[in-house]
Design a protein around this ligand. Sequence first.
Ligand code: ATP
Ligand code: MG
Length: 396
Amino acid sequence: MKQIIIIKYGELSTKKDNINYFLSILKNNISNNINDIEHVITYDFGRMFIQVREEDIKKVTERLKFIFGIHEIIVGFISNDKELANIKENIIKLIKDKEFKTFKVVTKRSDKSYPMDSMEISKNIGGYILKNINNISVDVHNPELLVNIEIRKNEILYYFNGILGLGGYPVGTLGKGLLMLSGGIDSPVAGYLAIKRGVKLEAIYFESPPHTSEFAKDKVIKLSRILAKYNTTIKLHVINFTHIQEEILKNIPHDYLITIMRRMMYRISAIIAHNNKCNILVNGESIGQVASQTLTSMRVINEVVKMPVIRPVACFDKLEIIDLAKRVGTYEISTLPYEDCCTIFVPSHPVINPSIIKANEYEKLIPYKELIHEAIRGHEVLYIGIEEEKKFDDIL
Ligand code: ATP
Ligand code: MG
């Protein structure tokens, strides 16, 4: 018997006409992720099979846990021996050390020339299991152990319960988006949720040296590295926001600092998104969290761009976001204590219900178009991703 990795799709199976498109991207994403490991991937509309050397199985299943579009990851066994007596023996060997009280045998028989039908095989094998393992019973509705047997043309496949994958859509199936990534808790979680829906993300970070330190930027790079595990790689655009912020601080009434600053961030993000073929902006705004996230503020800020702005955590409360940040793996980095560019310039009384008319008037006090172009011209691009780690793996 040889081990084989089986992947089940979940939500993807509901795609009818274009399922092939989704599956071929999933296959590519997996293949790219494990390109340092010898592998063969095949698939049909029901599942995907990955064959690797026995010693690589664990490494590959660990990587699969970060890939969207996978509902379940199962390590199964494949054999050419289709003799019923041997099938029974093999199954006992495979399940005798598993902990379970109830089980069910499910048989699929695509080889119609096999002398028994699937019901007969299930019954026969179920009876054999009951005879050979003590204190267990059959439960057809909610079994602890599922014994799956597939009789195929040239081989038999056995598999049992797997582990849950991340679900969602394969990254890239829905095109690209630009994530506004600060060093906080919310935006990485927002990014994760967008990637989960198949959006391949690039990220943009606004820094204000010397008011923000290299540590703050390093934090964003570390967060990008975690998101890259789900997204393959992250192209991170770093924008120097100092000049714009200083002009805003000097010339604009202080209760509108944040409103105007965020309008500038939106404008720059929309241009970078457009130039990089990203169709949406994604950010970590959450309704009511701070003054710039009241509904009126959101409207006044959103007003300056035409591109859709997706806010995956808009309706989550902070505890839900924290909970997800812990599961995604970004929480510890997000809570490191470095200032980001907004916290440094926060006025004591930001406007809660800004007016569009005033925002437009105040902006005329600074040459914002030139400032925006200056910031975009000087922008820095970093590529962050699992590729870096793989290279180190080979060297060390
Ligand atoms: P986070 O929302 O990431 O926890 P935060 O709550 O401090 O950080 P807010 O001031 O609430 O950030 O900003 C709302 C959103 O605007 C962020 O979630 C992020 O998407 C975007 N944003 C804020 N600051 C920056 C920045 N310096 N660079 C890029 N995007 C930013
Ligand atoms: Mg926030």
